[in-house]
Design a binder for this molecule. Structure first.
Ligand SMILES: *C/C=C(C)/C=C/C=C(C)/C=C/C1=C(C)CCCC1(C)C
Length: 263
């Protein structure tokens, strides 16, 4: 009883916090208003709101799952919370200037992608002891992938070399979850429910994540002026974030609820 009471208070705080962050972003004086023809801007708006709603959802659903699954739901909620706040800023940059909000985008990824990597570690840890090396390897792959992607998009190094070496970082992550230690732990020690979640998660990291290099390619490598392709770049990245942040979180939520309700 008492414990439930404390938890719901905690949840209420988190939801309030989310609502507050959302409302601090009212139009500054002189700011542009979203135009009905600006579909990229509209996608930034829609996704901002979907991320706020998902955050409230993941935090509230914490109450429903068994103790060992709670951290996974908290992390899912943190991913969508951090992304929501960045989407408010990215949306403003886009609506005001029509420029690609590269810096905000990468700061968001730099925080949320490691959190998603922690999820792999957590769902395995919910059932067995997992060596920390699994997490470190996933983190190294992430930093290489994102560091080089940023260096390319921000113009520090050539667009093609950045793309190719960033892809290698991604392949390194895929290796870990398909053939490395993480995959072996899942295959030999996880319950069927966790195994199926692990499987779906690694397919998201393969197919869902592939949308990002596709966006980079369409935005920078087709030979047209990146200014002209900015709309395409952002809409593809935005779509990818829906799949990989909200969709990924829902998979974890689903296994957490299913495994918690199993008798
Ligand atoms: C929530 C944000 C996520 C899951 C972001 C993921 C980002 C990537 C998988 C980006 C990958 C890239 C490449 C594999 C090559 C080109 C450069 C990047 C950074 C777009």
């Amino acid at each position: 009883m008492i414990k439930n009471l404390v938890l719901s208070k905690y949840n209420k705080c988190l939801i309030l916090l989310t609502a507050l962050t959302a409302s601090t972003n009212v139009l500054a004086e002189g700011a542009m208003v979203l135009k009905s023809t600006d579909f990229v801007g509209i996608s930034f708006w829609l996704i901002s709101m979907a991320l706020v709603a998902s955050t409230a959802f993941f935090f509230l659903e914490r109450d429903r799952v068994a103790g060992k699954w709670k951290t996974s739901l908290t992390v899912s909620g943190l991913v969508t919370l951090v992304a929501a706040v960045h989407y408010f800023y990215m949306r403003d940059v886009w609506v005001d200037t029509g420029d690609t909000p590269t810096v905000y985008r990468y700061i968001d990824w730099l925080i949320t992608v490691p959190l998603l990597m922690i999820e792999f570690y957590l769902i395995l840890s919910a059932i067995t002891k997992v060596p920390a090396g699994v997490f470190w390897r996933l983190l190294i792959g992430t930093v290489v992938m994102l560091g080089l992607g940023y260096a390319g998009e921000a113009g520090y190094i050539g667009l093609w070399p950045a793309f190719i070496f960033s892809m290698l970082g991604w392949f390194f992550i895929l290796y870990e979850v398909f053939a490395g230690q993480a995959s072996k732990i899942s295959a030999t020690q996880a319950s069927p429910g966790v195994q199926s979640a692990f499987n779906t998660m690694r397919w998201i990291v393969t197919v869902g994540w592939a949308i990002y290099p596709l966006g980079y390619f369409l935005g920078y490598l087709t030979g047209s002026d990146p200014k002209e392709s900015a709309g395409m770049l952002n809409i593809v990245y935005n779509l990818a974030d829906v799949v990989n942040k909200i969709g990924f979180g829902l998979i974890i939520w689903n296994v957490a609820v299913t495994e918690s309700e199993k008798k």
